[in-house]
Design a binder for this molecule. Structure first.
Ligand code: FES
Ligand code: MG
Length: 590
């Protein structure tokens, strides 16, 4: 850990620069116009930013507007001065074409703020899916002291006496609606029942997963991720987070001290045990790249697959956020993993202490929700990373492969875990919706639904569309899941064991572009391989005949993003941005 060598705080360059009184006066006067005094601004107290992701457009994070009051109290009580500012909104369920397009936009905006304004440290308010990686990516790039305050999941939703989890209930209700089992009103009310309070998705979707991984990384106070949004403990956590960031500034404890290679490895292991979202590898790799840490899909493949599923949360399990929190939350999971020797307890965290020190007094969890390492819910539950003649990488979340799916597709006694499937190809979500019910499509129990043009360039941003549901005729026969594959993503709340995040994507000439309906594709989970079963000559012929589709942009940002975004397998970063590392050190402000 870098301990401050009594260098003046970087905010002094704005508010108290003896060599430039003119600029100092200019910087000072406007920050006094809402009541902060010159004495405060020139007192040498740390100026702490509160990166506010909540707004009316971001309901998952909206309660951060209230929580910020407690963050301010904490900052003030420790002798800091809070300055709250907005982050570009990223509402997963509200932004078109997809919120994923805006992760990098929010990142860029936050980098400019953290670099360009008089801030000595920052509290990152996180919640909805992409808000967590966007904030952590920016904190990594600039590398000023930063701490995560999660907003927490919504209370558990209920519908007719049964738990109704965010997103997961949608996939289920949609199937019943398409099969004609329920009407429009019941469908709407059923889905809405999963959102009973402030907070983000209450399932182990991307939001709860990424907030849990922020905690596993060491970037939030222990226990922060899982406290439901409306609980009083959430306000306590906001207060303690505000207190702690001031200490971090005095200690000059920065993201580069916490987000090390070991911390990312811990997060991979935690992701498997949590049954975390299939979007996590993308986001964690992006954060690591902006931190300058060598962390790739190889780490996910090396460390994840053998880790068991410990947390019984939807979509991989039964419960929701409240039960996860009450059972012990992330600290309980980390303690299991530490005692099993699977994580590095010496990694430093924002507390200024190691993971192991933080976990010392963690109580025995509720075993109904958080299992012991030796008696897990499922063995070998991490992502597998696949490759083959169609792509360099794709991920598959094995924790959601249930017995029925395994029985139907992966239990050939001669070739367990190997299956040949006939592809039916869709050119995007619109094409899928238009044609999935066509009688002549030939979808049956042995079909692999393939979707393309959905990657970071194609969609743009990368659409969450790979978990395609079977046509109504199959649903009626009880076939509720078919294997799927695509260059898009899938919601972290989905329980589909899809082959996702195919890299490179089709619109830039990835092999997925060459698949035709009727082709046979072999999935071999023993060797982590997916191959199109056609001759090399035929593959070469198709490649030569391929014409890149015309990409139409609706906004300037879509065009800018498409011109520089990378692929899902390497974090879907703005590639030129990954060259800007540790900005404040480059500027001599560290
Ligand atoms: Fe915001 Fe799920 S939609 S967390
Ligand atoms: Mg999502």
């Amino acid at each position: 850990m870098a301990i401050s060598d009594n260098k003046p705080l970087r905010s002094r360059r704005w508010f108290d620069n003896p060599s430039d009184p003119g600029m100092t006066a200019l910087y000072l006067e406007r920050y006094m116009n809402f009541g902060i005094t010159r004495e405060e601004l020139q007192s040498g107290k740390p100026i702490i930013g509160i990166a506010q992701t909540g707004s009316d457009l971001s309901p998952c994070n909206r309660h951060h507007i209230d929580l910020a009051t407690r963050v301010r109290d904490g900052i003030r009580d420790m002798g800091g001065i809070p300055l709250e500012f907005p982050v570009h909104p990223i509402q997963e369920t509200g932004k078109r074409p997809t919120a994923a397009l805006d992760r990098n936009l929010a990142y860029l905006g936050l980098v400019e703020i953290l670099h360009g304004y008089p801030l000595d440290g920052v509290v990152l308010t996180t919640g909805c899916d992409k808000t967590t990686p966007a904030c952590l990516m920016a904190a990594a790039t600039v590398n000023i002291p930063a701490i995560v305050l999660s907003g927490g999941p919504m209370l558990d939703g209920w519908w007719k006496g049964k738990l109704a989890g965010s997103g997961t209930v949608v996939w289920d209700a949609r199937k019943r609606f398409s099969a004609g089992e329920i009407g429009y009103d019941e469908f709407m009310n059923n889905v809405a029942s999963s959102a009973p309070s402030v907070g983000h998705c209450n399932t182990m979707g991307t939001a709860l997963s990424m907030n849990s991984l922020a905690e596993a990384l060491g970037m939030s106070l222990p226990g922060c991720a899982a406290i439901p949004g409306p609980y009083r403990e959430r306000g306590w956590m906001a207060y303690e987070t505000g207190r702690r960031i001031v200490g971090m500034v005095h200690e000059n404890l920065r993201p580069s001290d916490v987000m090390t290679k070991a911390a990312f490895e811990n997060a991979v292991v935690a992701a498997a045990a949590l049954g975390a979202s299939s979007n996590c590898p993308i986001h964690m790799i992006a954060i690591a790249r902006h931190m300058g840490v060598d962390h790739t899909l190889d780490d996910w493949q090396r460390l994840g697959p053998q880790i068991p599923l410990l947390v019984d949360c939807q979509p991989a399990g039964r419960y929701l956020g409240e039960a996860f929190h009450r059972a012990g939350g992330v600290p309980a999971v980390m303690k299991e993993l530490l005692e099993a020797g699977k994580i590095d307890g010496s990694a430093l965290t924002v507390t200024g202490k190691s993971v192991e020190e933080n976990l010392r007094d963690v109580a025995e969890p509720d075993r109904d929700v958080i299992r012991a390492y030796q008696t897990p819910l499922r063995l070998a539950a991490g992502y597998v990373v696949l490759s083959g003649n169609l792509f360099e990488s794709a991920v598959m979340k094995t924790s959601v492969i249930d017995a029925k799916f395994r029985e139907r597709f992966l239990s050939d006694p001669e070739h367990p875990n190997v299956v040949d499937l006939k592809a039916v190809v869709f050119e995007g979500p619109e094409d899928y919706h238009e044609r999935i019910e066509s009688p002549g499509l030939g979808v049956d129990e042995k079909t692999l639904l393939v979707i393309r043009n959905c990657g970071p360039v194609g969609y743009p941003g990368g659409a969450e569309v790979v978990n395609m549901q079977p046509p109504a005729s199959l649903l009626a026969k009880g076939v509720d899941t078919l294997p799927t594959m695509g260059d898009g993503r899938q919601s972290g709340t989905s329980a589909s064991p899809s082959i996702l995040n195919v890299t490179p994507e089709s619109v830039i000439g990835g092999g997925l572009a060459l698949v035709e309906t009727g082709d046979l594709i072999r999935i071999d989970l023993n060797n982590c391989k997916v191959d199109l079963l056609i001759s090399d000559d035929e593959l070469a012929r198709r490649k030569a005949a391929w014409v890149q589709p015309v990409l139409l942009n609706q906004t300037p940002w879509e065009e800018i993003s498409r011109s520089m975004v990378g692929q899902h397998g390497t974090g879907a970063c703005l590639e030129p941005a990954t060259l800007y590392l540790n900005i404040i050190e480059q500027r001599g402000e560290a």
